[in-house]
Write a protein that binds this ligand. Structure first.
Ligand code: ZN
Length: 53
């Protein structure tokens, strides 16, 4: 999959992101860009929270 550079420029991960922020970032990321896979830890958190990725 292609990297969505524009999305990345507009959505930088904060340097000290909380887990909450990381989960939200990865959900948005998966919608807009396919440059990397969601880490297993993030997937687990999404499952726990019953969110849709
Ligand atoms: Zn990406």
């Amino acid at each position: 999959m292609k990297t969505n550079k524009e999305w990345h420029q507009a959505h930088r991960m904060p340097a000290r992101a909380t887990l909450e922020q990381r989960v939200a970032w990865h959900i948005e990321h998966a919608r807009h860009c396919g440059c990397r896979q969601m880490p297993e830890k993030i997937r687990e958190e999404i499952k726990k929270r019953n969110l849709k990725a």
